[in-house]
Design a protein around this ligand. Structure first.
Ligand code: GLC
Length: 569
């Protein structure tokens, strides 16, 4: 499965790469319905991953190497196996109001639950309401039916969450990545009632082809998000220093990001926005993927960058455990050469933006999608549920097209085991007794793996090391202003960074064919008066060899997947 001891044994690898902070996916006690995002005990480690002692050891070893550790805080919902939820199933228990319970639309007779309160849908397919026989009512779950939403309107829930967070902070962790944190406040009215709860029906929203509405309108960015986040800041972080908070914020606008991450508002340090990773699908449905239009990626990232120009801060990511691998999605993993080049180009593009970059395990090796072809190979409940929902139940997609969509977008693409070496199971399981991991290892681990790449100065890994080092040593890269160039060009992604007198030009060819540098960027190059000698001195980084980069700049033409970072003073 991968465990805490395994991570501890690899901390030197992370330190060598140069990362500052390690974000752990949830390792708490969990029935693992959604890979640990369904927690049954927040103050214990799941035996799959180890013990609290192992966690303490990981923290000590990480801190010794100057690495901080951030844990995943999943408090929009718990597991249905959490003791809070079990207690809440009894209407007379003090936890009765800790979750969001509603009566059946047409009443309840034992043995016949009656209709769900309305047609709100869940993110993992089907209704957002699940009937509980013991309580005789439905509970709300935006995600799987084993992930009931907590009722954040109840102050006792909030206090219990803050106490748990303080317990972990006191134990020595350095902060939290907060799962779907902008969904904790539902659109209640000021009396704490869901719309329509005054006796009339709950408000319905337009239903999709599967008969249910998206959870977004009834769950995202409710009126009390700012209040709850500010309260959390006061209750958990006010007296602490050197911590990091980053909130997952699906559907949140760049403007709202500015507000939430503005230090004056005392909420969170950073948010993960998603508009830039939602650009390549039809009508916002990830199961209808479309090819990337580079101008759309520029437009969404520009919006994000501009919104936090004066206040707030951006986080930067293309990959995480919910996204397919960027090198397969927007790069080209069809040949070894194009994989390595495009992984570097995408890495350079992202890391040269302003904000804090996040690297997802194996991204630094250029790990690719899993390329699964059979449903049985998938482990993720979203992929499996969605296949059944869309193909078998609603009949809105053919099996072939859904399998193709899963291969391109499924979350398991990111979840195959880390590729440490070329051995059986990629060195992911015990060396002395290799056992088949919980999900297949990508067969390409034979040539894409850490052992090969760490000692190869031309590898994706070595390139990521340079990217990180560049940010650590050049404030213009980490903090300088950001300005897009040639916004309407579909092949080259170009921008300027500036801080004081320093200016840096970033040019990336996001395509597999050579192309001329477009007008605005060409004008910057022309005005800079750079010649062969000075280019060499001003070249901060390039995805090709430096001689090559010099001739590309002189000829104002970039090769396939060529990326260049050049100081223009
Ligand atoms: C977040 C997590 C995802 C999980 C969901 C429900 O989006 O990143 O993996 O399935 O929340 O907790």
């Amino acid at each position: 499965m991968g465990d805490l001891k395994g991570i501890t044994s690899r901390l030197d690898y992370l330190a060598d790469l140069g990362v500052d902070v390690l974000w752990l996916s949830p390792v708490f006690k969990s029935p693992q319905d959604d890979n640990g995002y369904d927690i049954s005990d927040y103050q214990d480690i799941d035996p799959l991953f180890g013990t609290l002692d192992d966690m303490d050891e990981l923290l000590a070893q990480a801190h010794e190497r100057g690495l901080k550790v951030v844990m995943d805080l999943v408090v929009n919902h718990t597991s249905d196996e959490h003791s809070w939820f079990q207690a809440s199933r009894d209407k007379n228990d003090e936890h009765a109001d800790w979750y969001i319970w509603r009566a059946a639309r047409d009443g309840y007779t034992p043995g016949e639950p009656g209709a769900e309160p309305n047609k709100w849908g869940s993110y993992f397919g089907g209704s957002a309401w699940q009937f509980d026989e013991k309580r005789g009512e439905y509970f709300l779950h935006q995600y799987s039916k084993k992930q009931p939403d907590l009722n954040w309107e109840n102050p006792a829930v909030r206090q219990a969450v803050y106490a748990m967070m303080n317990w972990w902070m006191d134990r020595g962790i350095d902060g939290f990545r907060m799962d779907v944190i902008t969904q904790i406040s539902k659109p209640y009215d000021t009396q704490g009632r869901l719309p329509g709860e005054d006796g009339s029906e709950l408000e319905d929203f337009p239903a999709g082809s599967d008969g249910y509405s998206s959870p977004f309108p009834f769950c995202s960015d409710g009126p009390r998000v700012d209040e709850f986040l500010a309260e959390m800041r006061r209750e958990v972080f006010a007296h602490r220093e050197g911590f990091l908070t980053v909130g997952e914020a699906p559907g949140i606008t760049p403007k709202r990001n500015e507000h939430i991450t503005n230090p004056d508002n005392g909420e969170l340090d950073m948010l993960f926005l998603f508009n830039h990773v939602d650009v390549d699908c039809e009508n916002g449905t990830k199961w209808n993927p479309t090819p990337l239009r580079l101008t759309e990626l520029k437009r969404t990232l520009s919006e994000q960058q501009q919104a936090v120009k004066n206040n707030g801060w951006a986080s930067l990511f293309f990959n995480n455990h919910d996204q397919p691998r960027a090198v397969s999605r927007w790069g080209d993993d069809s040949t070894e050469e194009s994989r390595s080049l495009s992984a570097k180009a995408l890495g350079l593009l992202l890391h040269m933006h302003r904000g804090t970059p996040y690297i997802y395990q194996g991204e630094e090796l250029g790990m690719t999608n899993a390329h699964f072809t059979r449903l049985e190979q998938y482990r993720d409940l979203e992929s499996i549920n969605m296949y059944h929902q869309r193909v078998d139940e609603a009949g809105i997609q053919s099996s072939e097209s859904m399998m193709d969509a899963l291969a391109r977008r499924g979350r398991d693409n990111a979840r195959t085991p880390m590729q440490w070496d070329a051995s059986c199971y990629a060195g992911f399981t015990a060396e002395d007794a290799p056992t088949e991991p919980w999900i297949s290892v990508n067969p390409n681990h034979e040539h894409i793996n850490a052992v090969e790449e760490v000692c190869d100065s031309n590898s994706v890994y070595s390139f990521y090391k340079q990217l990180i080092a560049l940010r650590h040593t050049n404030p213009v890269i980490s903090a300088g202003d950001w300005q897009i160039l040639d916004a309407s060009n579909e092949q080259i992604y170009a921008f300027m960074r500036s801080l004081g007198d320093e200016r840096v030009l970033v040019l990336v060819n996001v395509s597999g064919s050579a192309v001329d540098v477009p007008a605005e960027s060409a004008a910057v190059l022309a005005a800079s008066g750079l010649d062969e000698h000075s280019i060499n001195q001003r070249l901060l980084l390039s995805t090709y060899e430096s001689n090559h980069a010099v001739s590309s700049v002189l000829n104002q033409r970039l090769e396939a997947w060529e990326g260049i970072v050049l100081r223009i003073d």
